[in-house]
Design a protein around this ligand. Structure first.
Ligand SMILES: [Zn+2]
Length: 512
């Protein structure tokens, strides 16, 4: 029997958010160890309230297929909502626990480590590569296979620390389990001596491009098709394209591509290069421009029939909680209150201090207070409202929740992350989506799938916040960065970042 350890530490960081991610955020969302983790991976739900089956269930499937030869060894699984950087204490506690778990597990023959790929931690550069080095120090020179979200950022340190790195091949993401299974098969094959994975990669000085970056739509469809074809025809064990989380603060941020073959390094180099060229060709296709809140509200008002048949879904693109924003922005709320009269609107805001004020009250009580604008006071100001408490709930993942009826609005105030991505965020507190005219979400892509039955029109709204695309331009980079700067050629930076050329010719480059 060969023993393969498996673990997850996953969070996506928005470096611009002032709201630190703490151990409490992980333990309150998803945290499992040992037998509990093995059971969750085997039978589900893997991440309660969010995923029935995700990467670790996929890994468990791969291990079951070889159960006479492979024993999966559960270490820990910790997941928190996207948010600000992990506090140093939080990062070090998780690191310590995974290292300790591996020590206690005894000798192992390989490991699968599920990481988001865009995690940040206060005062620690590239924290995920540090995790890889820390586990490597315990497991020694056995196969270490890593999976990332395709919004992860690949670095030289990670490529050097891992034997194989694979990423989702769908955006919006719907292949978590498939990727875990793929990583599992590579780990198992390598441990059993059937595979000899060799990995090649390229990195581009580019943080935005590829239009809407949806895997089944142009212009990225061809790139995803190429990767799947390479895997199907056994040209590669795995092919990945990382489109990064642009609000990560690694100076060497940028899209990258990875190809893993079974022993044929030249073929891996060729495929990684081909994919990088395909991405670079698509760099000028930028994400669409979004209307202002006032424009969006009049568009919604004009969509009369569509509102009657379902609802208009408004994505608060400047405060996308699932991309790490604080979720306390009041810009869209204020505009909806001022300009949306007569339109029944559901909206959300995270405000722990408002919850502290409202929690002792009863349903039906009339209240007047300010909401929002407290977690990130530099980007939006508190909004004074008067209304009636229409609901009071304690919910997994969101924490204490108050529904406040204010004129034509139903505002769902949460103590925890206001992660509005699924209809259940509203329906679980008694708000029927069939009755609403406008429903606000704080998500970029997955809501499009989840809201399909109700949604008759989607409007992305730009106000001002940590998930504005150009907000990423204030971060520090290791040189000119597309599309903020003009970049003529990607190869010189790729060579420096991969350690093939001296960095001295690059100098440093920053714009604040
Ligand atoms: Zn992602």
């Amino acid at each position: 029997m060969k023993r393969i350890a498996f673990a997850r530490i996953a969070q996506e960081t928005n470096a611009l958010s002032p709201v630190a991610t703490t151990l409490h955020d992980f333990e309150g969302s998803h945290y499992l160890e040992g037998e509990d983790l093995l059971r969750a991976a085997d039978r589900g739900p893997e991440v309660e309230g969010f995923f029935k089956r995700a990467e670790l269930a996929g890994f468990a499937t791969a291990a079951r297929a070889r159960k006479a030869e492979i024993e999966p060894v559960p270490i820990l699984s910790a997941w928190a909502s996207s948010g600000g950087p992990l506090s140093k204490e939080c990062f070090e506690a998780l690191e310590e626990r995974v290292v300790e778990g591996l020590r206690k597990a005894g000798p192992i023959d390989g490991m699968y480590f599920c990481l988001h790929g865009a995690m940040g931690a206060a005062g620690i550069a590239d924290p995920e590569s540090r995790l890889l080095r820390s586990v490597r120090a315990v497991i020694g020179n056995v196969p270490l296979v890593v999976s990332h979200d395709l919004h992860g950022n690949l670095t030289r340190a990670r490529v050097e620390a891992a034997d194989a790195i694979v990423a989702y091949q769908t955006n919006p993401h719907r292949d978590h389990a498939r990727i875990g299974e793929k990583a599992g098969r590579i780990a198992i094959g390598t441990v059993l001596g059937e595979l000899r994975p060799t990995m090649a990669w390229r990195t581009l000085p580019m943080i935005l491009g590829g239009g809407k970056t949806i895997d089944f739509l142009a212009p990225m469809r061809a790139v995803f098709k190429r990767m799947r074809r390479a895997e199907k025809k056994s040209e590669a064990l795995a092919a990945s394209t990382f489109m990064v989380h642009p609000w990560n603060d690694d100076p060497a941020l940028g899209w990258s591509t990875v190809a893993i073959t079974d022993g044929d390094h030249a073929a891996a180099e060729r495929l990684a290069d081909e994919l990088a060229e395909m991405c670079w060709e698509r760099r000028h296709l930028q994400p669409p421009e979004f209307p202002s809140a006032e424009e969006a509200i009049s568009e919604a008002r004009a969509a009369g029939v569509r509102r009657r048949l379902g609802c208009v879904t408004m994505a608060d693109a400047s405060d996308v909680v699932t991309a790490g924003a604080p979720g306390d922005s009041t810009h869209l709320l204020r505009a909806l209150l001022e300009h949306g009269s007569g339109l029944l609107t559901y909206a959300a805001v995270r405000d722990p201090s408002a919850i502290a004020t409202l929690w002792p009250q009863q349903v039906g009580d009339h209240v007047a207070l300010s909401i929002g604008g407290t977690l990130d006071p530099a980007r939006s100001r508190p909004l004074p409202v008067a209304g009636k408490i229409a609901g009071r709930f304690e919910r997994h993942g969101f924490g204490k929740t108050i529904v406040l009826a204010v004129e034509h609005m139903r505002i769902v105030i949460t103590d925890g992350p206001s992660m509005v991505m699924r209809p259940s965020f509203y329906t679980d507190v008694g708000l029927s989506l069939w009755k609403a005219d406008i429903v606000v979400v704080k998500n970029f892509f997955p809501f499009l799938m989840f809201f399909l039955p109700y949604n008759r029109k989607t409007i992305f709204v730009r106000t001002h916040g940590t998930t504005d695309f150009d907000a990423a331009f204030q971060l520090r980079f290791d040189g000119p960065m597309h599309p903020r700067d003009t970049v003529d050629d990607w190869r010189a930076r790729d060579h420096q970042r991969r350690g093939l050329a001296s960095a001295s010719s690059a100098g440093t480059f920053a714009q604040v």
